[in-house]
Write a protein that binds this ligand. Structure first.
Ligand SMILES: Cc1cc2nc3c(=O)[nH]c(=O)nc-3n(C[C@H](O)[C@H](O)[C@H](O)COP(=O)(O)O)c2cc1C
Length: 173
C-alpha cells in the first residue's frame, strides 16, 4: 500500500486557504493523518488534538444523522460525496460545515486515503464562491496527487461541479 510522505504533504498543503484533512483509508475508523492550518483555524483545535482521531468528534452533541449516513455509505463504497454537517468548534460555537470527501486509491483500486475539504456555508454563501472553492479543491487534490504517482483520484472535475450543486441545494432549503 503506498504511503504519503506527510512532510511533503504538509509542504504543499499547509499554505492552502482551504480547510483540508486526510484520513487513512486502510485503518479502522478512518483516523486523521493530516490536517492543515486552515482546518485548525476553522475548528479552533491544534493539529495534535486531531491527528489519530475520527473527525466525528466535531459533531459533539449535535444531530447529524442524515449527513453521517451519506458519508458512511461513500466511505464504504470508496466514492466521492458531500454533505452538510453541524459542527462545534473548541470554543463551543457551532457552524455549518459542507464536507467534501474524495477517495485516493492505489493502482490496484484499493482505498488508500480519503481527502476531506471543509467549507463553511451560511445563508450568504454564493454559488459562484462555492464553484470557485470547488475548483480550488480540485487544484489542491492535484497537488497531492503529484506527490505519489501510484495514487490516483477519480472524477476531480465532477467533484468541483457536485460541490457547487450541493451548496446551491443547501441554499434553497
Ligand atoms: C477525511 C475526512 C474528513 C472528515 N471531516 C469531517 C468534519 O470536518 N466534520 C464532521 O462532522 N465529520 C467529518 N468527517 C466524517 C466523520 O469522520 C464520519 O465519517 C461520519 O460521521 C460518518 O460516520 P459515523 O456515522 O460512524 O460517525 C470526515 C471524514 C473523513 C473521512
Amino acid at each position: 500500500m503506498p504511503k504519503l510522505n506527510m512532510k511533503e504533504v504538509a509542504q504543499r498543503l499547509d499554505q492552502s486557504n482551504i480547510s483540508l484533512s486526510i484520513a487513512d483509508g486502510t485503518q479502522d475508523d478512518f483516523p486523521l493523518v493530516y490536517v492543515n492550518p486552515a482546518f485548525c483555524t476553522v475548528t479552533g483545535y491544534d493539529t495534535d488534538q486531531m491527528i489519530g482521531r475520527n473527525c466525528r468528534f466535531l459533531q459533539s452533541d449535535l444531530e447529524n444523522d442524515a449527513p453521517r449516513a451519506v458519508i458512511r455509505d461513500a466511505l464504504k463504497n470508496g466514492t466521492a460525496a458531500q454533505a452538510v454537517f453541524q459542527n462545534r468548534r473548541l470554543d463551543g460555537t457551532t457552524f455549518n460545515n459542507l464536507l467534501i470527501i474524495e477517495p485516493l486509491q492505489d493502482r490496484e483500486g484499493n482505498l488508500a486515503y480519503v481527502v476531506g475539504a471543509q467549507f463553511l456555508v451560511n445563508a450568504e454563501t454564493r454559488a459562484a464562491a462555492a464553484e470557485a472553492h470547488g475548483n480550488q479543491i480540485v487544484r489542491e487534490i492535484d497537488k497531492l496527487l503529484d506527490l505519489n504517482e501510484r495514487l490516483r483520484a477519480t472524477s476531480r472535475q465532477a467533484l468541483a461541479r457536485s460541490m457547487a450543486a450541493a451548496v446551491r441545494l443547501w441554499m434553497e432549503t
